[in-house]
Design a protein around this ligand. Structure first.
Ligand code: 3H9
Length: 694
């Protein structure tokens, strides 16, 4: 065995050379890895006894891509293209041995090998689109040559990780190795290449699959049309499509690769990829809690209790059943329990019909859910999550009772979206075991989990909650106790301004359009109609004191009644409503408001800058650990477009001086709701950004 460099070894098994990479955590193609690979292949090829070469990785995965943290800086050492050339031009066959994931540049390296062997649990993909990029090392040119144009389009624009068995079917992988026997199988495959004198198959030379798509521009037109909604606002999917088009229409592989290079560089230098790369690291950074080290002990969660079988409780329960953890769901009345479990079953059956899993899986998951009307049945749960009505007295009562029933050492969590977790904890004798687990609706779908740390919550309970979030596939962000925590606290600013703008002269559809064009999936008024305008509205107490109240009084309660802020047709398509327009005009007249024309620019600034300012207050009060955690909340729970990086990233990009100047102007015009936070003022005075706050 020869150590080529600290991350690369070269060894021999008879006449097969084995190049082994070991660069934790994911063998990303950093300068060291590229140098090691280039040198190892040169040395292996220079050895006259070597008749084939196997490339394999130690650790949990094959190469998971280029090293994203190097992007935007000066590239050092051998280029990825040098490495690929060493492999593809090898005079002896090269076999890539894949386990874990072969992603991005990692798959692009494997595609230069002459053959690929993988274990069944391995996955291959070109996920660059998810960080606003495209596979820039020939991936868009080689993949369609092996998988065909349609499949390649799907893979590069979705970034999906394709299981090894499917890769085998599409020719991306040549042989499956038994689990745990990758090295032996790859070496045996290499020996077969030698014995059978197998050709040095280069993917780049295989044009058959491209021929099939030549002269059929409709393949691309149809694909764009079918995905227009999904790709809205993003630059990378279109650039990926253009690269595959170039593969089909170029005179040579090199010409196609040049087109790929040009588009790659444009994306790499652009704002969207910078934002998406930031979001990638922000999400992972959120797992790091300065005073809760990685080796903090955790509590095993083998059984979960959920109180409440409503929309929220049902959705929360599904997360655990999906992860194979049994759940006891407690309701007060049998019919509410039956209804709740029926909704869960309906959700699962819909997924099964959509092909996401089998009907057997539906039964398996339902089998993990036990309904009960008795709190006592939660006594041996390791974690109980309360999802009852959002009222402090009710929550405290539930917690006091839980404290008496549930075994010592178990976690008691509240799903409150707004209330004071410390006050809830005070109803128990174990406040160190109380935490907020704020799921977002629909709880089985939304990725965000705000984990609310109470004053007394123990580190063990925090570490357990963070780990559990991973188990159930959530993006967790640790936040502190304050009204609305991070997400809803900032949202309240936007809601206030959206309503104020309508009073001053904008129409709900103007506000919605501006936010939709910014990249949100929908604006606040369309969202209100979807959720139901009558959430929290009580007919008897309604005094026509807001436009929303007036609409509810008219039975315009949103999509479900066919009308709300908008009018809806039978397919729930929204149209601006003349009725709402009149309601607004009358309301303004009653209040003595003389409407004015409001620019789109003002709408955007009024909706977003107070949110950014509130984010600054949250940071200042240390209710979030870092500004990127706030962004992670907004990206995963509130539809902030990922290509704009989150509100704090956006503030930094716009320039905090500009945000401060506008807030000061708004404060002068409209009062202290716009008072700039001390942190914002200080950062501007020091010429610093939110990202600099450590
Ligand atoms: C590319 O390849 C461009 C090419 O076309 C070439 C053009 C010329 N770089 O996610 P995890 C870190 S673009 C640097 O928690 P998991 C990550 O930050 C790239 N670092 O683990 C984390 O660090 P820390 C295309 C990376 O098991 C640690 O590894 N490839 C990279 O849940 C563990 O990550 C991709 O986009 C990277 N490429 O998931 C794949 N990847 O511990 C991106 C990971 O300090 N990666 N890290 O927080 C992934 O999708 C997942 O990380 C993976 C593992 C599925 C691999």
């Amino acid at each position: 065995m020869t150590e080529i460099n600290p991350v690369t070894d070269l060894s021999r098994d008879g006449n097969v050379a084995i190049v082994t990479l070991n660069s934790p955590p994911v063998n990303a193609l950093s300068a060291n890895v590229r140098d090691g690979l280039a040198t190892a292949f040169q040395q292996a090829k220079a050895d006259p006894e070597v008749k084939a070469i196997v490339l394999i990785c130690d650790g949990r995965t094959f190469i998971a891509g280029a090293d994203i943290s190097e992007f935007g800086g000066q590239m050092k050492g051998a280029s990825l293209f040098d490495v690929q050339k060493e492999i593809e031009e090898s005079p002896v066959p090269v076999v890539a041995a894949i386990h874990g994931t072969a992603l991005g540049g990692g798959l692009e390296v494997a595609l230069c090998a002459h053959y690929r062997v993988a274990v069944p649990s391995a996955k291959c993909g070109l996920p660059e689109v998810n960080i606003g990029l495209l596979p820039g090392a020939g991936g868009t040119q080689r993949l369609p040559r092996i998988a065909g144009v349609e499949k390649a389009l799907e893979m590069v624009t979705s970034g999906q990780h394709v299981p090894a068995k499917q890769c085998l079917d599409m020719g991306l992988v040549d042989e499956l190795a038994p689990e745990g026997k990758l090295k032996e199988t790859a070496v045996a495959f290499a020996r077969k290449c030698i014995a059978e004198n197998k050709p040095l198959r280069k993917v780049r030379d295989n044009n058959d699959k491209l021929q099939a798509a030549k002269g059929h521009p409709e393949i691309f037109a149809n694909f764009r049309k079918a995905n227009a909604r999904k790709f809205r606002g993003f630059k990378a999917p279109e650039a990926n499509i253009q690269c595959i088009e170039a593969a089909v229409n170029s005179a040579s592989f090199e010409e196609g690769q040049q087109a790929e290079r040009k588009l790659f560089m444009e994306l790499m230098m652009g704002d969207q990829s910078a934002a998406q790369r930031y979001a990638f690291f922000a999400e992972r950074q959120a797992n790091k809690i300065p005073d809760v080290p990685d080796d903090t002990p955790t509590i095993p969660i083998r059984k979960v209790g959920v109180i409440g079988a409503g929309t929220m409780g049902g959705g929360i329960s599904m997360n655990f059943a999906n992860a194979g953890i049994p759940v006891t769901v407690v309701e007060m009345k049998q019919d509410a329990l039956d209804r709740g479990l029926k909704v869960v079953r309906g959700n699962y059956e819909r997924s099964a019909k959509g092909g996401r899993f089998t009907m057997d899986d539906v039964e398996k998951r339902m089998g993990l859910l036990t309904g009960s009307l008795n709190l006592e049945d939660l006594k041996d749960c390791d974690l109980v999550i309360e999802a009852v009505f959002e009222r402090m007295d009710i929550k405290k009562d539930v917690f006091a009772r839980l404290d008496g029933v549930v075994k010592q050492g178990a976690i008691l969590a509240t799903n409150t979206s707004y209330l004071n977790v410390d006050e809830i904890a005070s109803a128990t004798k174990r406040p160190e075991y109380v935490i907020g687990l704020h799921f977002f609706s629909p709880a089985n779908v939304m990725r965000l989990l705000e984990i609310v740390r109470g004053e007394k919550t123990s580190k063990e309970v925090i570490a357990t909650s963070m780990k559990l979030a991973k188990t159930i596939g959530k993006v967790a962000v640790l936040v502190g106790v304050c009204p609305g925590f991070v997400g809803n606290r900032m949202l309240a600013q936007r809601t206030r301004e959206a309503n104020a703008l309508v009073l001053e002269g904008a129409m709900p559809w103007d506000v919605d359009r501006v936010l939709y064009d910014f990249g949100f999936p929908m604006g606040p008024f369309a969202m209100g109609d979807l959720a139901g305008l009558d959430i929290g509205w009580v007919k008897e107490n309604s005094r026509s004191s807001t436009i929303r109240e007036v609409l509810c009084e008219m039975d315009r309660r949103g999509q479900k009644t066919g009308a709300g802020f908008y009018d809806y047709d039978e397919n729930r398509n929204a149209k601006p409503s003349p009725v709402t327009e009149k309601v607004i005009a009358d309301f303004r007249a009653k209040q003595g408001i003389n409407p004015r024309t409001i620019s789109d620019e003002e709408i955007l600034e009024r909706c977003l800058y107070p949110m950014i300012n509130e984010g600054a207050k949250i940071l200042e009060e240390k209710k979030a650990i870092r500004s990127s955690d706030i962004d992670t909340v907004w990206l995963n729970g509130y539809g902030w477009p990922v290509y704009r990086g989150g509100p704090m990233f956006y503030g930094d990009r716009v320039g905090l001086d500009k945000v401060l100047a506008k807030m000061t102007e708004f404060q002068g015009r409209m009062g202290d709701a716009f008072k700039p936070s001390a942190l914002l003022e200080k950062l501007v005075a020091d010429g610093r950004k939110f990202a600099d706050v450590k």
